[in-house]
Design a protein around this ligand. Structure first.
Ligand code: ADP
Length: 372
């Protein structure tokens, strides 16, 4: 799957403005003190070159910490990877980066190469492709260092996360967002404007968390960012003694508010100690218990991501075909071929070609829409 958002080539081809071609930000570059090239342009090129190879970005958002956003990101990534997709997880939760722990990379540090900062690659037997993890934690000397970020640094970090890490070709990049709708989100949304981005909201059924998460939904609606839906986390619990299921918090308020906001609930993930244990041991629970209730609860979320990416791909394909069709109808070769014909035959043939191409376009648009 590849969406047409390539813009790098036209900038790169300008010989008056050379680029160093290195895949990491100037801040990591040993040549930086002597470098006289245009640094902001280098940063822009880096980000565009990365985005060009990523088909679908999913921002995993919540307005409140502790509702399970990182847990959902890690397990969703593992679920997509288990279906054979190439997946990356960008840990943008700059105040509490957790993905290094969730994938067993505590204490890992990254190498800087010509191609950028190396991701840590989570590999396990059933996965066709490793899950690529990029996190601020890999840039810190110690994981338990408290992080106090000035806004300018936050902006830099978001750029490094997407631009400097060597993500390679990905079907999905899941971004584990910091809680809230603050500067980080705005920076990231601005940076990803040309990419195919959708949001996934995580909430718990408690009223406070719920109100906060819907703020995120409204932000997405204002920015015209598609919302895949809401994951209701910690929704329900199974008694370890009698195995009966019960809800700690009532769901009615959540259902009512979701309806008011026009956002659909995708799934309810139970409060399950194994899910937390999986995160602590560095193997996402969905991989450790592929047939379990948690894996089952994640299925609609995985489907929603795949469906969204497919729709986008089909729409992009229809657009490219539209362009190719209209170019072909005006091509000099076609004109040459038609030249030998009588004018009325020429017009009839041209009309026939146009009708054929229209039918094909309609067929493709129809197959795109049928998945909505
Ligand atoms: P956030 O990213 O929103 O701050 P985390 O994903 O870090 O939240 O989750 C906070 C804590 O709750 C973690 O210890 C995690 O293991 C635990 N947790 C999250 N979801 C569940 C769940 N459904 N069942 C049990 N524990 C969970």
């Amino acid at each position: 799957m590849s969406a047409p958002h390539v813009k790098v080539s036209d900038i790169k081809s300008r010989p008056d403005q050379p680029d160093c071609g290195l895949g990491h930000a100037c801040q990591f570059c040993p040549r930086e003190p002597e470098c006289t090239l245009d640094k902001p342009r280098h940063e822009k090129l880096l980000i565009e070159a990365r985005l060009e190879r990523i088909d679908q970005i999913v921002l995993v958002m919540a307005n409140k910490g502790g509702v399970g956003k990182s847990t959902v990101s890690a397990n969703l990534a593992a679920g997509l990877a288990a279906r054979g997709y190439r997946v990356g997880v960008a840990d943008a939760d700059i105040h509490g980066p957790n993905q290094s722990r969730f994938f067993g990379f505590v204490g890992a540090h990254v190498r800087v190469s010509e191609r950028g900062l190396a991701t840590c690659d989570f590999e396990t037997a059933p996965l066709a492709h490793p899950i690529k993890v990029g996190s601020l934690a890999f840039l810190m000397e110690r994981e338990d260092t408290p992080i106090v970020w000035r806004d300018a640094y936050k902006h830099d970090f978001m750029h490094h996360l997407i631009g400097s890490f060597d993500w390679g070709a990905l079907d999905f990049l899941l971004v584990d967002m910091p809680p809230g709708t603050g500067n980080e989100l705005i920076t990231l949304c601005d940076m990803l404007e040309s990419a195919n981005v959708a949001a996934l909201l995580v909430t718990t059924p408690q009223e406070v968390a719920l109100m906060d998460s819907l703020k995120a939904a409204r932000y997405c609606q204002e920015r015209k960012l598609p919302v895949l839906g809401v994951v209701e986390n910690m929704s329900g619990i199974t008694c370890p003694h009698c195995h009966g299921e019960f809800h700690l918090f009532p769901r009615e308020a959540l259902a009512r508010r979701l309806e008011e906001t026009g956002v659909q609930s995708l799934t309810q993930i139970p409060l399950d100690p194994e899910l937390a244990r999986g995160s602590d041991t560095g193997v996402p629970d969905i991989l450790a218990r592929p047939g379990g209730t948690v894996a089952e609860a994640f299925r609609p979320v995985i489907n929603a991501c795949v469906e969204h990416a497919r729709e986008h791909f089909e729409q992009a394909a229809v657009h490219s075909l539209n362009d190719a069709f209209s170019e072909n109808l005006q091509s000099p070769m076609l004109e040459q071929a038609l030249e030998g014909l009588a004018p009325e035959q020429r017009d009839a043939l041209r009309q026939e070609l146009t009708d054929m191409l229209n039918i094909e376009q309609q067929r493709l648009s129809g197959s795109g829409r049928s998945k909505e």
